[in-house]
Design a protein around this ligand. Structure first.
Ligand SMILES: Nc1ncnc2c1ncn2[C@@H]1O[C@H](COP(=O)(O)OP(=O)(O)OP(=O)(O)O)[C@@H](O)[C@H]1O
Ligand SMILES: Nc1ccn([C@@H]2O[C@H](COP(=O)(O)O)[C@@H](O)[C@H]2O)c(=O)n1
Length: 216
């Protein structure tokens, strides 16, 4: 059976960094599902601009071309905000479900990160991590990242974005962001990238040994 590594957690917690390092370690393909929602948000902003229009948002999700995930535009602050607004529409989530589900069937395994991977997309995943950090640390990381990409934004505005996104992602009715009961919590607040990756690797190795995938 495919060995799925599900990595969930709030915005800018470092889950993508950990996920891509795990994917490189095991030679597994990786899917950053946040990019799917970001690309849908960007599509909608470029069309009607009405992020609350559930039918238009679903149509944008159904018409998504995966090459759109490569655009620099999907990594902007505006795309993150748009993503979290279109992600509340059940039609959007339904439209993106099969693609994510199919990805998790890849052999011998895959790494997939997002908000509802361990709870909705792949509840059967043998390795589940919930990566988090304090809002202030996440805002600092995101602020540095956006500044490095050339975006001019204050730390306070990024922190406000983080709080708003946490509330929206965790409070929505459909597939809210939450730690799966069998996910291991990894708080990276006081960790370097290397320390976070090392802790994540140990969590996955324990899961691999438990699932009989490898001797531990
Ligand atoms: N432990 C860490 N210490 C310092 N910086 C980190 C750490 N982990 C990640 N970062 C940096 O923080 C930023 C956000 O990390 P990353 O993209 O992995 O977060 P994320 O949870 O996947 O974010 P999102 O899903 O919201 O896009 C990146 O610039 C990354 O290099
Ligand atoms: N599985 C997922 C992944 C993402 N979202 C929504 O997309 C927003 C952007 O995600 P990032 O990981 O790139 O920050 C996020 O705030 C969520 O609203 C989701 O709902 N489910």
């Amino acid at each position: 059976m495919a060995f799925i590594i599900a990595v969930d957690g709030p915005a800018a917690s470092g889950k993508g960094t950990v996920a891509s390092r795990l994917a490189a370690l095991y030679g597994y393909p990786m899917l950053d599902t946040g990019l799917l929602y970001r690309a849908v948000g960007v599509r909608l902003l470029g069309a009607s601009g009405d992020l609350d229009d559930d039918a238009a948002a679903e149509a944008a999700a159904r018409g998504l071309d995966l090459s759109e995930l490569e655009k620099a535009e999907v990594r902007t602050r505006a795309a993150g905000e748009a993503a979290s607004r279109v992600a509340v529409h059940p039609g959007v989530r339904a439209a993106l479900f099969a693609l994510q589900r199919d990805f998790t069937k890849r052999e011998p395994g895959s790494v997939i990160d997002g908000r509802d991977i361990g709870t909705v997309i792949a509840p059967e995943a043998p390795a589940k991590l919930y990566v988090t950090a304090t809002p202030e640390i996440r805002a600092e990381r995101r602020w540095k990242q956006l500044s490095g990409q050339g975006e001019t934004v204050s730390f306070d505005d990024v922190l406000a974005d983080i709080h708003k996104r946490d509330a929206r992602d965790g409070g929505r009715e459909n597939a809210p962001m939450t730690q799966a009961p069998d996910a291991v919590l990894l708080d990276t607040s006081e960790m370097t990238i290397e320390q976070a990756f090392d802790a994540a690797r140990r969590i996955v190795e324990t899961a691999r040994a438990r699932s009989g995938d490898l001797p531990g």
